[in-house]
Design a protein around this ligand. Structure first.
Ligand SMILES: [Zn+2]
Length: 362
């Protein structure tokens, strides 16, 4: 089987906080009448496995591709210990706020034992209709203060809140308490795990996991938190106080105008947003008629953010030499492809997610 750029059938997940915005933004054919919160774009979990949508391998699972292609797909990167694909990509449509939640880090996984799995994630904001995110406990908050606040439903006073706009990028390493606020659509890049502990569901009645959450979150040892603002924090207040997103906002139209020539790969401009031991995320763009090289020799995924006309992923091999990519599409680029590139008739921009090389996760 000759590898080629793979597209997958999205796996839609109905959520109480979901909406229909993936249809409006990307023309997705969503299941009728359902509030869709998540579209799993690239997933190899027990809870959902992606199936190839294009070319001769159509219908094959990502699990199959990973085991059949091995290093031809993953390059120097390793699959998960159970042989599954080591990355999870989603689109999230938060029409209402998500639960305030946390995922375990390596220490918490050891403490909690079987069933726990590390999960590190990041969000690239595709659209924000005046939305906010919550991210991290405010400095100096102790476990005791936080626990009391959970019990009295005032926990939002103890977490960072940031107003977000399209183009913002937020890193949420394992053990960071977080919530995506209402009115925000993001592309989510994460390690493959579905383990989520809810601190609060804001009174909606779904199960919460306070004890497990408390074991994941890192708190201050001593009580030196001062409530400078007695009111619940709003993003602008916190921004004024110097609580800022980890990365500066990238303004899409400005970035188009400013695009300098000559970057790490020919034909495209880009910026690395995040490097972790699990994955690297960059935002890249190409202009009309100027092919942009994609990573070769390592496994990569393209999440197309914006493309006025469909772009094409091309490569030098015989199978599926040109794969159409529209805004909202995700394409998996096997490490063995020769000269993978994006060719476009109009400016386009994408997230490029690459796996580390030579990492032993076993
Ligand atoms: Zn999360």
């Amino acid at each position: 089987m000759e590898p080629y750029p793979y597209k997958f059938v999205p796996i839609y997940k109905e959520k109480i906080w979901g909406g229909r915005n993936l249809q409006r933004l990307f023309g997705r054919d969503l299941p009728p009448g359902e509030s869709i919160g998540e579209s799993w774009e690239l997933a190899d979990l027990v809870e959902g496995v992606s199936r190839v949508a294009n070319g001769p391998a159509a219908g094959a699972t990502l699990t199959d591709l990973t085991s059949r292609l091995g290093p031809r797909l993953l390059g120097g990167s390793r699959p998960m210990p159970d042989g599954r694909f080591p990355l999870l990509l989603k689109l999230l449509d938060a029409n209402d706020i998500l639960s305030l939640q946390v995922h375990p880090d390596a220490d918490a996984v050891k403490a909690i034992g079987p069933g726990a799995a590390l999960k590190t994630e990041c969000w690239y904001v595709i659209e924000s209709r005046g939305g906010m995110i919550y991210k991290g406990v405010l400095p100096g908050v102790t476990a005791e203060q936080f626990r009391k606040a959970v019990q009295s439903d005032t926990v939002e006073r103890f977490v960072n809140a940031c107003k977000v706009e399209a183009g913002d990028f937020h890193y949420l390493p394992a053990a960071t308490v977080h919530a995506l606020g209402a009115g925000v659509v993001v592309a989510e890049v994460q390690t493959p795990s579905d383990i989520t502990y809810r601190v609060t569901d804001w009174g909606r009645g779904r199960e919460i996991h306070v004890e497990r959450s408390m074991r994941c979150i890192h708190f201050a040892e001593t009580d030196d938190f001062t409530e400078a603002a007695d009111a619940a924090p709003d993003g602008d207040t916190l921004l004024a106080k110097g609580v800022r997103p980890l990365f500066p906002r990238i303004n899409f139209s400005e970035a188009d105008d400013m695009a300098p020539d000559g970057d790490t790969l020919p034909g495209a401009d880009g910026e690395t947003l995040l490097v972790t031991e699990f994955f690297t995320v960059a935002r890249r763009e190409a202009s009309a008629g100027k092919p942009a090289s994609l990573p070769a020799g390592r496994c990569a995924a393209v999440m197309m953010l914006d493309a006025k006309t469909p772009a094409e992923v091309r490569h030098a091999g015989p199978a599926e030499p040109a794969t159409k990519v529209r805004a909202g599409d995700t394409v998996l680029i096997p490490a063995c492809l020769k000269k993978p590139e994006i060719v476009t008739d109009s400016a386009c921009a994408w997230l490029e997610v690459t796996l580390p090389e030579g990492k032993d996760r076993g």
